[in-house]
Design a protein around this ligand. Structure first.
Ligand code: FAD
Length: 366
């Protein structure tokens, strides 16, 4: 018998899992995942930080609201971030400060002496920084597992190894062909991350221009070991970031953003080498070994804002995509907002003050 549901969500990464958890008490939900395990793609490859300044002023309300849920659930641990600038980098710090002036993101200017105190063996030339004390690490694996468990408890069914190959609207339902068989649902949610446009096309829906970009992280063994209380260090000019990992290790990214096709991407040696070269211009630390490296997809709409809402031209097709580099830190608020839009209900108080119009798919259709 064909499984039927009110809502079929395509993709069980952080986006699909969080939305399934929000919808399950109100609707029957099928969560359809191409891989054997949910979380194999971007969700399992993130740098796992929560930064209110990341993504700009129209992403910040989602991040800030999500922070309430993440703190209450014990998913955040304090980290703090230093946005550092070289001799000529003051303008980048000014711009960041201006961007959040008056908003609820505390940013504090610090000079070279204080910067040296916070980053040991900092090389000359790094003149000042903005300190973002609220930045935190996120327990991504637990958050994702908890969303899946909540969805399951609410009655949602997870189908794995069930890549959606094609879907068509028939009357008031989607008939969806997956590798694991046919399913039917009144609403189809596209939460397929880097594959969001491809899934839309497979449903006969016009793509909105979501492009995946590769981002690399290397885990390094450093001598002397990295202190556990080192903040996240971000180049104000956008060439690297790094943060400590358990056991005195370092997670380092060259802040790459290479356009690519949706795929199971891997780190390229050149990007790891570039990252290490950039690190060595910042601190006098010895890189002993690259223990591992990986890459994942960050998927952006052309205006780099997420895409949540019903497609105005395709009945029953709901976008929940374009989560870029902020899909973990915005997940709780994004899922609550999207659930309200999908169900036509008043939004949860956590997101009641957030305007959803900037995220509507209609903005991307000509
Ligand atoms: C290196 C890196 C660092 C990052 N750091 C951070 C960070 O510090 N903080 C933060 O908030 N965010 C970060 N991000 C971004 C974050 O990881 C993503 O925004 C988030 O994981 C997106 O979740 P998602 O569920 O949309 O995508 P995914 O996790 O990719 O899930 C999409 C799912 O859809 C499935 N799928 C695709 N096609 C089909 C199909 N046809 N049928 C069925 N299933 C399908 C895929 O198998 C996949 O499991 C980072 C990303 C990367 C790559």
């Amino acid at each position: 018998m064909t499984p039927k549901a009110d809502v079929a969500i395509v993709g069980a990464g952080m986006a699909g899992a969080s939305l399934a958890a929000e919808l399950a008490p109100h609707a029957s939900v099928l969560l359809i995942e191409a891989e054997d395990q949910p979380g194999y793609h971007s969700t399992g490859r993130s740098a796992a930080f929560w930064s209110e300044s990341y993504g700009g002023p129209l992403v910040q309300p989602l991040t800030t609201a999500s922070g309430v849920h993440l703190r209450e659930g014990g998913y955040l641990s304090p980290r703090g971030a230093l946005h550092i600038a070289g001799e000529s980098g003051g303008a980048a710090l000014d711009a960041l400060e201006r961007m959040f002036a008056g908003a609820a993101v505390p940013l504090q200017r610090i000079g070279a002496d204080e910067l040296r105190r916070r980053i040991k063996r900092l090389r000359d030339g790094w003149a000042e920084a903005l300190w973002e004390p609220s930045c935190a690490d996120i327990d991504v694996a637990r958050l994702h597992a908890d969303y899946l468990a909540t969805a399951r408890r609410g009655g949602a069914r997870l189908l794995t190894a069930a890549a959606v190959e094609q879907a068509e609207r028939s009357g008031s339902a989607w008939r969806i062909s997956t590798r694991a068989g046919e399913v039917e649902a009144a609403v189809l949610v596209d939460a397929a991350g880097g594959w969001a446009d491809a899934v839309a096309a497979a449903c006969g829906v016009a793509p909105v221009g979501i492009r995946p970009y590769r981002r690399t992280i290397a885990q390094l063994r450093i001598a002397p070991p990295v202190p556990a209380d080192l903040p996240l260090v971000i180049d104000a000019a956008g060439r690297f970031y790094f943060k400590p990992e358990a056991g005195g290790r370092l997670w380092l990214s060259p802040h790459d953003e290479t356009p690519c096709e949706p795929c199971d991407c891997a780190a390229e040696e050149i990007d790891v080498a570039r990252a290490i070269d950039r690190l060595q211009r910042v601190v006098d630390w010895r890189v002993e070994r690259v223990e591992k490296s990986w890459a994942g997809l960050r998927s952006f709409a052309p205006d780099r804002l997420p895409v949540y809402g019903f497609d105005p031209e395709a009945e029953g097709f709901f976008w929940f995509a374009g989560q870029g580099g902020f899909g973990i830190q915005t997940a709780p608020a994004a899922a609550k907002l999207a659930a309200a839009l999908l169900l036509g209900r008043a939004p949860d108080p956590l997101v009641a003050g957030i305007d959803h119009i900037p995220y509507s798919p209609g903005r991307l259709l000509n």
